[in-house]
Design a protein around this ligand. Structure first.
Ligand SMILES: Cc1cc2nc3c(=O)[nH]c(=O)nc-3n(C[C@H](O)[C@H](O)[C@H](O)COP(=O)(O)OP(=O)(O)OC[C@H]3O[C@@H](n4cnc5c(N)ncnc54)[C@H](O)[C@@H]3O)c2cc1C
Length: 388
């Protein structure tokens, strides 16, 4: 067992740490206030090679894997979760293609993500089908050499900026709940019948739109199905491999919030002392530091597993645990850190109210806390996670 980062990963961590501190931190408040997509940060990520981090070198990326992406996102999320989401979106829609796409599809759609020429988004959720994905109503019907897709996807992150979408639709009977009744497709934004519907007014992570994708009789060539017809498990495999990446947004946010609050309480005086001198505050700091390190270990191990291809059923508890624990911790630490600043924490002069608002989405996206707990429990009940 080796807890040291490889020299390459240590160098990546150091360079993204510097970039995040110097270039991302000064933009975080502005992104939240204007709610405008930070194209300058996207350009910076492209120029720094960060959009290709977890894409193989053979497809124009740097091959740093999920672990590399996790390290980068952790650094960026110390200051801006919207910017961290932009990096996450280099992997989420590309995941099914990387797992089961043909070389042609990978070349056509994944390479431009690595080079930053294109962006993509991931469409699984529908208004009536979030956790219960098999309730989806988007239909795909075979017609000659095409599939014809009709339906509405919702809450899709990055929907406005995307050039293509990885969407899931029913290819089996509309009311079927069998996994092989759903398939994955790559749909281009420019195709007839594809449009972006309403975008959501949301609590946090502003600047990267969340909204509807409307598919109105969209003709998709048969070659744009990912994997096989009925390949719904790709959605699950893709999401399993993403657990560490969402977790990284949580640990970075928690680290950023705690560091900010610790600096503050070492300066702020009350009752003739610095607030940091009170034992009650010190114990809080110690508790949060211990929990952050626990979350980091879960996250790094899950990234290491995902990079070894260990994101199938028997590894699910370890992957889900990282997502569950790190994202709940982000909510807890951002709240406690805000409290440590008192009124100042509540005000926009400091970033903690922003961290607090941003943190909450992490326990909902890509499988809620309750869904992760269900998956962990299933793993223990099935002895996928067992200690003898
Ligand atoms: C900011 C944001 C960005 C998003 N981006 C994307 C995206 O890019 N692509 C995409 O496809 N989706 C996206 N989503 C949607 C997200 O994946 C869903 O919100 C999530 O899967 C939960 O679905 P739901 O909101 O319909 O909640 P519901 O499924 O309606 O659940 C409501 C509540 O009930 C709980 N619950 C549900 N079932 C159970 C159960 N069996 N046991 C116990 N509790 C249960 C849930 O945990 C939740 O707390 C995004 C959501 C948000 C908020």
């Amino acid at each position: 067992m080796d807890f040291d980062l490889s020299p390459e990963l240590a160098e990546l961590q150091a360079s993204v740490r510097k970039l995040a501190r110097e270039r991302v931190a000064p933009r975080a408040r502005g992104i939240d206030t204007t709610e405008e997509y930070p194209q300058d940060l996207f350009d910076l990520f492209v120029a720094s090679g960060l959009t290709g981090l977890c894409i193989p070198e053979s497809l124009g990326g740097s091959g740093a894997g999920i672990f590399g992406l996790v390290l980068a996102i952790e650094e960026v999320a110390k200051y801006s979760n919207a910017a961290a989401l932009m990096l996450l979106l280099t992997r989420l829609p590309a995941g099914p293609l990387l797992i089961a796409g043909t070389p042609e599809l990978q070349e056509q759609y994944v390479r431009p993500i690595a080079t930053g020429e294109q962006r993509a988004a991931f469409g699984l959720s529908e208004p009536q089908a979030g956790s219960d994905v098999m309730g989806m109503r988007t239909r795909a019907e075979a017609d000659g050499s095409d599939w014809v897709l009709t339906g509405t996807k919702c809450w899709m992150s990055g929907v406005s900026q995307a050039d293509w979408y990885c969407v899931f639709a029913k290819t089996g009977a509309p009311d079927s709940r069998a996994h092989d009744s759903v398939s994955a497709f790559i749909v281009e934004r420019s195709w007839p019948g594809v449009s972006v519907g309403r975008t959501d007014r949301k609590m946090g992570v502003k600047g990267v739109d969340t909204g509807e994708l409307i598919l109105d009789g969209v003709r998709v060539p048969k070659g744009n199905i990912v994997g096989e017809v009925g390949g719904f498990r790709l959605a699950m495999l893709g999401l399993n491999a993403m657990r560490p990446v969402v977790a990284a947004r949580g640990i970075g946010l928690a680290e950023g919030a705690l560091m900010y609050a610790v600096d503050y309480v070492q300066e702020r005086a009350a009752f003739g002392k610095h607030i940091a001198d009170f034992q009650g505050i010190q114990w809080k700091i110690a508790e949060m530091a211990a929990e952050i390190e626990a979350a980091r270990l879960l996250t790094y191990r899950s990234a290491w597993l995902a990079d070894r291809g260990q994101y199938t059923k028997e590894w699910v508890p370890f992957l889900s645990m990282a997502k569950y624990y790190a994202t709940e911790l982000a909510v807890k630490v951002s709240g406690e850190a805000l409290q440590m600043l008192g009124a100042a924490g509540y005000m926009e002069d400091h970033p903690l109210e922003l961290f607090y608002r941003d943190a909450k989405q992490l326990t909902i996206v890509e499988g809620t806390t309750q869904v992760q707990l269900g998956l962990i429990a299933r793993g223990v009940l099935d002895h996928d996670l067992w200690w003898d």
